[in-house]
Design a protein around this ligand. Structure first.
Ligand code: CMP
Length: 152
């Protein structure tokens, strides 16, 4: 019997990931793991959206650079669904600092810098709900069955 609550989470491939041509490789990690892509958007993040997304970091030394980076080009917003999707996605993403992220994770395999650290992934059910709401409307989510779902 499979375990884990069915969850949805938000992943953003940040402008460094988009501009380095890594969207496909990054999406591949999540799809191969068994997470279902239920909504997708390519978004130019505005300073206003960046401020809402990263409100918890306002006032921290890295905040201005974080907003500058996330608004510097398109981000690929992904809504992923699966059992324990939030924790599983964070594991695949790796530590915030790519220099110490484990090999095999996206940041561990593809990154060196902490601000352009390739992607963002929601860190809790509350964050996932709030952050998904910044990028997607209810009608954006599509329901379908993966052919391998019985194993997931
Ligand atoms: P993210 O997962 O999007 O959440 C907050 C972001 O702040 C983080 O990824 C990094 O890109 C960025 N950041 C920059 N400097 C730091 C730092 N010293 N500690 C944590 N996050 C940082």
């Amino acid at each position: 019997m499979a375990e884990g609550t069915l969850e949805r989470t938000l992943v953003l491939v940040k402008p460094d990931g988009v501009k380095r041509g890594l969207m496909g490789k990054i999406l591949d990690r999540f799809e191969l793991k068994g997470l279902k892509v239920v909504a997708v958007r390519l978004v130019q993040v505005t300073p206003e959206l960046a401020a809402r997304h990263y409100a918890e970091h306002e006032g921290k030394p890295f905040y201005p650079g974080l907003v500058q980076h996330i608004t510097s080009g398109p981000v690929l917003a992904l809504a992923l669904e699966g059992r324990s999707a939030i924790a599983v996605t964070r594991l695949l993403t790796g530590a915030t600092n790519p220099q110490v992220a484990a090999p095999g994770t996206v940041r561990g395999d593809f990154g060196l810098a902490i601000t352009p650290n390739l992607l963002h992934a929601s860190d809790s059910p509350a964050s996932a709900e709030r952050e998904l709401g910044l990028y997607f409307h209810a009608e954006d989510y599509l329901a379908y069955t993966r052919s391998d779902e019985k194993f997931l």
